[in-house]
Design a protein around this ligand. Structure first.
Ligand code: FAD
Length: 469
């Protein structure tokens, strides 16, 4: 259970055991997430959406509605406001807002971000059609003539049409079936163009939007909404990671093999006792070296911080992880995080089962270390063969020290079917009375969750971490 590493900076100095701070300084505890934050955010979002729709409707008169194109125009305004507002909500869902992230976890926020995505696209598409129709009816022009005239005579409308086309394209490559064919880095770079598209769309809203032009208060509120969203993105996606990176000055000190294509990366930094992190959380790691600096990769801590050391355990699955396994001691690292709600704070009962497969055992290893001593633990470690039982002896020793139970299942899928309720019950007979934490390949986790549900574990007691993005 030790990080026993060579500290490149200080010569052959053995690092301390994982979990026992080297400096004697206690690591900062992560605060319990504030469960009311998502509820308050949901109510505020609903009120904001209501106000965005109600404002243009409240500004219209009966006479305007009865005039040619009146209904289409007011509906066009309402869909514009609602669609744009929901686009901002999508940006906020992906903005790594710490209070929301801690309560819900990044994976859930990103799931909502994806699920929301069709609504603003449909609403903004409807805005384009309805407003053009309304103007065409009012001016007694054909629809396409009106569309051509709006685009060619009003520059900001042209910019917003380009922005809309970009957003539709970005949404298109994010559809699961398309996304699977595009490599992650290409998808990520294209996704960044969303910010450019949003910037293109702003002048049309401010200078052309009939619901805002001539209404300084509404226009002011709308501008504040945009500026606050931009401020949140800059603060939490750029500012906070830069501050953490400068404060902790992380660099690689050792890389050691743990199994077939699996490596532990030991990292040294300053003031790690001030880093509030819970077992089971992850950081986005950006290795500041040629070829790797421009994209961050999420890796869970595989041990609680042991100041001045952190450890992650990485399976080589592609180009980046292969390069990481060859990094040199001294390589500097920028971090974002910690992120994730796969922690003890999510636990609802005094008994837990930690079920991990392959490299999915790593966050469970750190979570095990972080669980209060009175929690009754069963750990199930699954691997296709014994060489893939990562950190097995560490986990075994920790389970024994807390008088828990360890179940090791190495071998073929057919022999150890944890997606079969009968097999799962054999591994953890009292599973229905435990919280279940599961991490592994997605099909493995889905199978275990389905079997656990069949055995009567309630949904709120099931916690799943996915390594797929
Ligand atoms: C919350 C979380 C925690 C993780 N913890 C660990 C861990 O402790 N140990 C471990 O070995 N792996 C972990 N992973 C998986 C790890 O991030 C990917 O395997 C790694 O980024 C793959 O990079 P690659 O370029 O070598 O592989 P590729 O073959 O390019 O990618 C393999 C898959 O990894 C995902 N991926 C690639 N790049 C990124 C990225 N920058 N951000 C997010 N996902 C990406 C994509 O789904 C891709 O299909 C974690 C993933 C997540 C989401």
């Amino acid at each position: 259970m030790s990080l026993h590493t060579l500290d490149a900076a200080a010569g052959d100095v053995a690092a301390p055991a994982a979990g026992a701070p080297a400096s004697g300084a206690p690591t900062r505890r992560r605060h319990r997430p504030r469960r009311w934050v998502p509820d308050v955010a949901a109510v505020a979002t609903g009120l904001g959406l209501g106000a965005s729709v109600a404002w243009p409707i409240s500004q219209t008169t009966g006479a305007a509605l009865r005039s040619p194109g009146g209904v289409a125009t007011v509906l066009g305004d309402a869909t514009a406001m609602a669609g744009t507002y929901l686009l901002l909500i999508m940006v906020l869902l992906a903005a790594r807002l710490p209070a929301l992230e801690a309560a819900l976890g990044q994976d859930r926020l990103i799931r909502w971000h994806r699920r929301t995505s069709s609504a603003p696209l449909l609403l903004l598409g409807a805005h384009g059609v309805l407003t053009t129709l309304g103007y065409a009816q009012a001016g007694r022009l054909g629809f396409w003539n009106e569309a051509g005239s709006l685009i060619t005579t009003m520059g900001w409308i042209f910019a917003s049409v380009v922005a809309y086309a970009m957003i539709v394209g970005i949404a298109g490559i994010s559809i699961r079936a398309v996304r699977r064919r595009v490599d992650y880095d290409t998808w990520w770079v294209i996704h960044l163009y969303t910010y450019l598209a949003l910037a293109f769309s702003v002048p049309h809203q401010i200078f052309d939007g009939t619901t805002l032009v001539g209404h300084p208060l509404a226009k002011g509120a709308w501008i504040v909404l945009w500026l606050s969203t931009a401020g949140v993105v800059v603060a939490f996606r750029i500012g906070m990671p830069v501050v953490r990176t400068l404060r902790h000055q992380l660099h690689v000190v050792d890389i050691r093999p743990e199994g077939a294509d699996v490596w532990s990366l030991v990292v040294r930094g300053r003031h790690l006792e001030r880093l509030a992190v819970a077992g089971g959380q992850y950081f986005a790691w950006r290795f500041l070296t040629t070829g790797l600096w421009w994209h961050a990769h999420p890796f869970s801590l595989s041990a609680m911080p042991s100041p001045p050391y952190l450890r992650v355990t990485i399976k080589v699955t592609g180009d980046a992880t292969a390069q990481i396994s060859r990094l040199r001691p001294g390589t500097r690292i920028a971090i974002e995080g910690p992120y994730g709600a796969f922690t003890d704070h999510a636990r609802t009962r005094a008994k837990v089962a930690l079920v991990g497969a392959g490299v999915g055992i790593t966050p469970l290893r750190a979570l095990l270390e972080d669980l209060p001593p009175d929690v009754d633990v069963v750990v199930v470690q699954r691997a296709s063969d014994e060489r893939e039982l990562i950190h097995h002896s560490e986990i075994e020793a920790m389970v024994a020290a807390r008088r828990g139970r360890m179940v090791t299942l190495a071998g073929s899928r057919r022999r150890h079917r944890l997606d079969d309720p009968a097999h799962l019950r054999r591994a953890v007979p009292d599973l229905s009375g435990r919280d279940l934490f599961v991490c592994g390949p997605d099909d493995f986790s889905a199978g275990v969750v389905a079997a656990a549900t069949a055995l009567g574990v309630p949904r709120r007691a099931i916690h799943c971490e996915s390594f797929a993005s």
